[in-house]
Ligand binder design. Structure first.
Ligand SMILES: Nc1nc2c(ncn2[C@@H]2O[C@H](COP(=O)(O)OP(=O)(O)OP(=O)(O)O)[C@@H](O)[C@H]2O)c(=O)[nH]1
Ligand SMILES: [Mg+2]
Ligand SMILES: [Zn+2]
Length: 291
């Protein structure tokens, strides 16, 4: 009997495939090994059921996207998590993460966690990102508020969590997946990077049907290689204005008659988003010089 599913874990020649509400322990047909065809976590596959709970992968379906860090196929969402405070959110870091997601072809959504600490300090920021066109959810892993909205966002997708240390990514996953006991707080911070680099990537099955990578996606350290003209395309609120710029390929920087700059002056585009854009643009231009 042939069945379809998604690879959620690969370990020592075994591929664990989620299909319906079950996990199947599968191996790979010899010809895939000979062809050196790699199976990634996130791959859609067809497998033949050989015994109860066991099977053999017969076919690997074409990938829609391939993420390198972490190596996961078919990721279609990035959830960028920040805390309202502890640690204080940085919109510059947030915009970096957003740029990385957009560049990888993964649709970003933003999550502000630790709402129980009070939303007052970030309400302006939240409004600005909503107006820019991003889905924003506000949650508390501590008291459970906003988790239903987050569940809806993750349903039916493969999502990577990204965001700085200490914002509550593991705490959120623990709250979403019953029985999961990811380490949180000081312990996870002490083990830090090493833990994630040595561990195998695994997708967690959410009760609602979505899959989430349990390793933090993207890093705050690098910007992907891109041309300077590309950066503005990753700012959704710029796109509605750029046709009004005098020059095609306008960088919205030093050019005259720039519709984006006018929108910033008129308060239609948040000034902090534009300032972050200029900082990132300078980084991209620096990188261009190096390559
Ligand atoms: N008040 C409050 N504290 C929270 C909330 N979520 C997480 N925390 C606390 O914040 C600290 C960090 O949470 P983690 O879940 O470990 O954060 P993380 O994003 O996984 O951090 P790294 O694994 O280092 O990247 C812990 O002490 C949590 O108890 C929340 O919604 N409200
Ligand atoms: Mg964590
Ligand atoms: Zn312009």
């Amino acid at each position: 009997m042939l069945q379809e599913g998604t690879v959620v874990k690969a370990y020592g020649g075994h591929y664990y495939i989620a299909s319906g509400r079950e996990i199947f322990d599968c191996t790979l047909r010899g010809r895939f090994r000979r062809e050196k065809k790699q199976v990634l976590v996130g791959d859609r596959v067809t497998f033949r059921l050989e015994a109860r709970g066991y099977g053999v992968i017969e076919e690997i379906h074409p990938r829609r996207t391939t993420l390198v860090r972490p190596p996961v196929a078919n990721v279609d969402r990035a959830l960028i998590v920040f805390a309202v405070k502890d640690p204080e959110p940085s919109t510059f870091l947030l915009d970096r993460f957003l740029t990385q997601a957009e560049h990888a072809g993964v649709r970003p959504a933003i999550c502000f966690n630790k709402m129980d600490l009070g939303t007052e300090p970030v309400s302006n920021i939240i409004g600005a990102y909503r107006r820019a066109g991003y889905p924003v959810v506000c949650t508390s892993a501590l008291d459970g508020s906003g988790l239903d909205e987050l569940r809806v966002l993750l349903e039916g997708h493969i999502t990577v969590f990204a965001g700085p240390s200490g914002v509550g990514k593991s705490s959120l996953l623990n709250a979403l997946v019953p029985g999961l006991e990811l380490k949180t707080g000081e312990i996870s911070r002490k083990l830090g990077r090493g833990r994630h680099t040595t561990r195998h990537v695994e997708l967690l099955c959410l009760p609602g049907g979505g899959l989430v990578a349990d390793t933090p996606g993207f890093s705050s350290l690098y910007l992907p290689e891109m041309k300077r003209e590309e950066l503005g395309e990753y700012y959704p609120e710029f796109l509605t204005y750029r046709d009004g710029c005098r020059f095609t390929g306008c960088l919205h920087f030093q050019e005259p008659d720039c519709a984006v700059k006018k929108a910033v002056e008129a308060g239609e585009i948040a000034a902090f988003r534009y300032e972050n854009y200029l900082r990132l643009l300078k980084e991209v231009m620096e990188m261009e010089r190096r390559y």
